[in-house]
Ligand binder design. Structure first.
Ligand code: NAD
Ligand code: MG
Length: 396
């Protein structure tokens, strides 16, 4: 029986993973080692009971009494805190879903790779923050990382049977997010609610805002470089409002391989779960005659400064990705709590990169977890300062 763990089980990707595991037989078909969440104790306990997990862990330590109570008599152990999540990743499992949001997903992902199984990686932030370390850890332990981000799953599938040396370009598609058709001048006033109205994908709150600002696509450009080892100038971004082509690979003979499907994360998750085989999945089938047209347009860099910033980050290499991701997380926190405006997020990130990068040794790709955590911490402090200054200016 295959053993699995789901990190970030109570989130959007986690719920889709749970759905597929349950449809495939749940506790009768898989031995579940660990399920984790942040604070949603009731749902976490429900999942843990259903899958008969060995352990359920919530990140928030104050939730432990409630989690214990919810699991009483179930035989599932309860634990809490970041340390307990990392320890849950030390328990070997054949297939581990990494679906925690943000840099918090890095340590559990690294720890899980040490068992040499498969890490299904939705947590793109860990590749952006620590790509070389993650890849080196996987290689050292004979572990495999499979992409779960829909674009990267599409690219991975378009590369099957091909030689990466024959790849000329990789084209990431972007929906353009909730504010795609707003006039540029109006973007500064956009509210959280408006930025959350994603046209095609139902996702967690943070990635939905990141889609509107294209910080999500900026992270994905870096994720592409780290995952497939192509150079930054081979990676392009195109706005494709229908979100039916999930990405494309262009080869040196001019051919392009595109991956099409309904915008449903269960495709990419299911592909990673069943790989190298394909299994039936409960995904809506496309009716091309009804769709009739697919449209594309080049992204306007004035609307999406994140797409320019990710190029600077890739040129700087080293710890720049950790700085970029951490600054973005703080800027997003401040936007969500009303401290700064929608377009200020890019300002905070740009300011943080300018201040932190000269303070860091960035040239080398040989990085330790301590280097990364140091860069992440410094970037959060500097981004907090930059956001504070902007918030003060807004208030006066
Ligand atoms: P989400 O916010 O819906 O869920 C995040 C999960 O992580 C939840 O279980 C939450 O409880 C847990 N969590 C939050 N903070 C934590 C912390 N500090 N420590 C431990 N656990 C914590 O997010 P999501 O939309 O499911 O996204 C998860 C990851 O997948 C992200 O990296 C995102 O970029 C990536 N991703 C998501 C989608 C999507 O369709 N939602 C698509 C592609 C990639
Ligand atoms: Mg994506």
């Amino acid at each position: 029986m295959r053993s699995i763990s789901i990190f970030g089980a109570t989130g959007s990707v986690g719920e889709s993973t749970f759905d597929l595991i349950t449809r495939a037989g749940g506790a009768e078909a898989f031995r579940t080692v660990a399920v984790t969440g942040a604070r949603n104790v009731a749902r976490l306990a429900e999942m843990a009971r259903s899958l008969r997990a060995e352990v359920a862990v919530c990140a928030d330590e104050s939730c432990l009494p409630d989690l214990r109570a919810a699991l009483a008599g179930s035989g599932v152990a309860a634990a809490a805190g970041d340390g307990a999540i990392a320890e849950a990743a030390d328990r070997p499992a054949d297939w581990v879903m990494s679906a925690i949001v943000g840099a918090a997903g890095l340590v559990p992902g690294l720890r899980a790779l040490r068992h040499g199984g498969t890490l299904a990686l939705a947590n793109k932030e860990s590749l952006v923050t620590a790509g070389p370390l993650l890849m080196a850890t996987a290689a050292a332990h004979g572990a495999r990382i499979l992409p779960v981000d829909s674009e990267h799953s599409a690219i991975f599938q378009a590369l099957v049977g091909e030689d990466i040396a024959c790849v000329e370009r990789i084209i990431l598609t972007a929906s353009g997010g909730a504010l795609r058709d707003w006039p540029l001048e109006a973007l500064a006033q956009a509210t959280v609610k408006e930025a959350l109205a994603h046209p095609n994908w139902a996702m967690g709150q943070r990635i939905t805002i990141d889609s509107a600002s294209m910080f999500n696509k900026a992270l994905e450009v870096i994720e592409t470089r780290e995952f497939f080892g192509v150079s930054p100038d081979q990676i392009e971004v195109i706005i494709h409002p229908e979100s039916l082509i999930h990405s494309l690979v262009g080869y040196q003979d001019g051919a392009m391989m595109a991956h099409l499907g309904a915008p449903d994360m269960r495709h990419a998750i299911g592909y990673a779960l069943n790989w190298p085989e394909r299994a039936p999945l409960p995904i809506a089938r496309l009716d091309l005659a009804q769709i009739a047209t697919l449209s594309f347009r080049a992204p306007d860099l004035a609307r999406y400064p994140a797409l320019r910033l990710c190029r600077e980050v890739m040129a700087a290499r080293g710890l720049a990705g950790a700085v970029f991701n951490a600054a973005k997380e703080i800027a997003l926190d401040r936007f969500l709590d009303g401290g700064i405006g929608f377009m200020d997020m890019a300002g905070v990130v740009e300011d943080t990169l300018a201040r932190v990068m000269p303070e860091m040794c960035l040239e080398s790709d040989v990085m330790t977890l301590e280097d990364i955590q140091g860069a992440d911490h410094l970037a959060r402090v500097r981004a907090g300062e930059a956001a504070h200054l902007l918030a003060q200016r807004r208030a006066t």
